[in-house]
Design a protein around this ligand. Structure first.
Ligand code: ADP
Ligand code: MG
Length: 719
């Protein structure tokens, strides 16, 4: 960090006063000049064009530009007091403004006047209404000069910015605060080097902020937007580039080499051949491990693409050279499964015993102490666990490789914590795996500090899976048929998952609004009770997050068929969503499927068809559902391609929701840039950064960007 201070880090308190600063902070969590000037208008109004009311939605805070057409003030009949109803028009439609006991407003709200009105729209007897809106009126002074009264701002421009506003802060109040900030800002540090500004013919930073907040014409807005997007991409990618280069400048123990024997032995012991993809990715990883710099690699591949095998091969390379492995899983169920499948797979390696241990929160103190000691002494080769592995008392003798499964469940800091557990200042190698694949180009932006490997084929998913949607409304026989199919599947010797969105029946759907009536969600408890009563010959078991780890573990082992009494049907919450691998499971029934996202449903479906037998996935969904959830269900029914589905998901939900804010923290700094829409643009910027990185300008670029990084960190803490 450079310690230099930039104008944009000035507190709003200093610039606009404590009271206004407090309301800005309350509304948006923004406390600095930089935060405020990055709060860009959502759209612009032309003074000559009133807001078409057909775009105005009920329940949403809006700012409209309208003209007063009528004013009616009368004494209320039921209660004491006055009601003032002002009707305003956009030239085509009308809306009403309602004020209670504010008769004095009649003096300024006169027919024929225009202005901005802000509030939350409600509907009253079929008429859209703003109750007690804030407003700012324009006055025609007669000589064509427009002034406003009762407002902080002067609307001098022809184009009026409309900000994402809040209940307590109207758009023009935000504008007023920004105007003050921009007036005080004479010199702003520009994260873009002058060379690039000149090359692209960009405005200066201050000019771009003035143009986006106080535009004189639409062309200016376009130019400002372009520059700001460029700047966002530039700062993001430059930071990633630097982070990556920092990672590469750390030292690591080089692992593996040509005389490696464990991996070939393992390969031979497998009951199948590796896919081309597994071999290719394996080579990428081996090449990384053989370097004296730490690997930081993301392995993305659809559910069932065989990431586990790939990671085991990497582990063996490290173990062979004396290193240890930490394997982090997001849930205990998954950690247990990893432990069991690793032990099973590694039985094939006999030339050297491989010591795999599981560390869970639930184990007895002596057991835990023994495992911690064995890990510290180097006796344990692979230590598997959940977040518990991050704790200070987990010490390794020589941690060579960290594998993080389903990495989207872990944050960047957690990654960073693990990286400190290496030996003698050396950093362990890092392999993170995700089953939520995103297009490679997008991954390069979101995970720009990681190298990305992708497994495309899914060898284990060759078995056919049919997906059906079953509505709970309509034919009651359809749902009946679902349970009969379940019973048939069990009779044929197969296993079935039933997934419910909740554990116990008391939970109602908080998302369904009152008008549609609260439909109870299917729960594990109720479904279990109903099915056991109805099918006494079938053995059911429950699995959910509220069970203690032993109960969870037992349920899984019995369902897998490695403990008695065996379980035919596992009724579970989404604890089974990630990674659980039961080859004998051929059917999954998801209840209230409309409640789940695309990737969640795809992951759930990935629990079946992992053996050689074809599978059936039944998505039972409620009758009342939104168009979006219908799209989701249909998308899942129509495709089994995880990449295609994540693309679809991005289209339906928007990138912020899908990629998540915690993936790398990177997305939260973006305002105008869209990592999907602006892919080509981002690619160009990346190219320029690569050139710059090798030039002597880079040091200066990073020094400037540091200032922005500090702001961003401050912003992230707030949000
Ligand atoms: P992922 O973690 O990517 O979802 P897994 O590694 O759990 O997938 O593999 C899914 C299933 O496919 C496992 O049962 C595994 O044994 C099997 N499998 C892995 N690689 C192959 C392969 N090359 N050919 C056939 N089956 C494979
Ligand atoms: Mg897996």
């Amino acid at each position: 960090m450079s310690g230099r201070k930039d104008f944009l880090t000035t507190t709003l308190r200093e610039l606009i006063g404590g009271k206004s600063a407090a309301s800005v902070e309350k509304a948006f969590g923004i406390t600095t000049a930089g935060g405020l000037v990055n709060h860009y208008p959502r759209r612009y109004l032309d003074r000559g064009n009133l807001t078409p009311f057909d775009k105005v939605e009920v329940g949403v805070p809006v700012t409209i530009l309208a003209t007063i057409k009528g004013v009616d003030s009368r004494r209320m009949q039921q209660k004491r007091g006055f009601i003032l109803v002002v009707s305003v028009s956009d030239g085509v439609e009308s809306m009403e403004l309602t004020f209670f006991n504010q008769k004095w407003r009649e003096r300024e709200l006169k027919v024929g006047r225009s202005g901005l009105f802000a509030g939350t729209v409600s509907e009253f007897r079929g008429v859209r209404t703003l109750t007690h809106p804030q407003y700012s009126l324009f006055t025609d002074t007669g000589n064509g000069v427009l002034e406003e009264i009762d407002a902080i701002t002067e609307f001098t421009g022809e184009i009026i910015p409309v900000y994402p506003s809040s209940q307590s802060l109207a758009s023009w109040q935000i504008q007023a605060a920004i105007d003050i900030v921009l007036t005080s800002a004479d010199q702003l540090t520009d994260p873009l080097p002058t060379e690039l500004v000149t090359k692209h013919g960009f405005m200066t930073k201050l000019q771009s902020l003035q143009a986006i907040h106080q535009p004189k014409n639409h062309e200016e807005i376009g130019r400002a937007t372009e520059r700001i997007k460029y700047e966002e991409a530039f700062v993001l990618l430059a930071l990633m580039r630097q982070r990556k280069s920092n990672a590469k400048s750390a030292l690591a123990h080089a692992r593996g080499g040509s005389d490696s024997a464990l991996t070939p032995e393992f390969d031979l012991s497998l009951p199948f051949d590796l896919t081309q993809g597994q071999i290719a990715v394996g080579e990428e990883i081996a090449a990384d491990l053989a370097q004296g710099v730490p690997m930081t690699r993301l392995l993305q591949g659809d559910v069932g693409s065989g990431k586990t095998i790939v990671s085991i091969r990497a582990m063996l390379t490290v173990i062979e050279s004396g290193g240890q492995i930490a394997l982090l899983a997001p849930t205990e169920v998954l950690a247990v499964q990893h432990c069991e499948s690793l032990r099973r797979f590694l039985k094939g390696v006999t030339s050297r015993p491989i010591h795999v241990e599981l560390l869970t929160g639930a184990m007895s103190v002596p057991n835990r102490r023994r495992i911690l000691l064995d890990t510290q002494s180097g006796d344990v080769d692979v230590l598997i666990g959940t977040h518990a592995l991050l704790e200070d008392n987990v010490q390794f003798f020589d941690l060579g490789l960290i594998v993080i499964d389903e990495q989207h469940r872990f944050g960047v800091e957690q990654r960073a914590t693990m990286l400190t557990k290496g030996k003698d200042e050396l950093r362990p190698h890092l392999l993170v795996m995700t089953a939520t694949p995103i297009p490679r180009t997008v991954a390069l932006t979101v995970f720009g500090d990681l190298d990305v490997s992708t497994l495309v084929e899914s060898p284990s998913l060759r078995a056919e899976i049919q997906t059906f949607l079953v509505p709970t409304s309509g034919e009651p026989r359809l749902v009946e048929r679902v349970w009969e199919r379940m019973a048939e599947e069990v009779a044929a010797g197969n296993r079935v998952f039933v997934v419910c969105p909740s554990i116990s029946p008391s939970e109602t759907d908080p998302k369904s609004d009152k008008s549609s009536g609260r439909e109870p969600l299917a729960s594990v408890e109720e479904t279990y009770d109903a099915l056991t009563a109805r099918y006494p010959q079938i053995s059911f078991e429950k699995l959910h997050g509220a069970l203690d780890s032993n109960a969870k573990r037992e349920a899984m082992r019995r369902f897998e068929g490695i403990a008695e009494p065996k379980v035919d049907v596992l009724i579970a919450t989404t604890v089974i969503e990630v990674g659980v691998d039961i080859p004998a499971a051929t059917m999954i029934i998801v209840l209230n499927a409309e409640r789940f996202g695309i990737s969640q449903l795809h992951q759930l479906r990935g629990r079946i068809g992992r053996g050689s037998k074809p599978g059936v996935c039944i998505l039972v969904h409620a009758s009342t559902q939104s168009a979006a959830s219908t799209h989701r269900l249909e998308a899942v029914r129509d495709s089994r391609d995880g990449f295609a589905l994540s693309q679809k998901d991005l289209e339906i939900r928007g990138e912020g929701d899908v990629l998540g804010q915690d993936q790398s923290g990177a997305l939260s700094s973006l305002r105008l840039l869209k990592v999907i829409e602006d892919l080509d643009f981002i690619d160009k910027v990346r190219h320029e950064i690569d050139e710059l990185f090798t030039s002597k300008l880079w040091g200066q670029v990073m020094e400037t960007i540091d200032i922005f990084e500090i702001q961003r960190a401050e912003y992230l803490e707030k949000s």
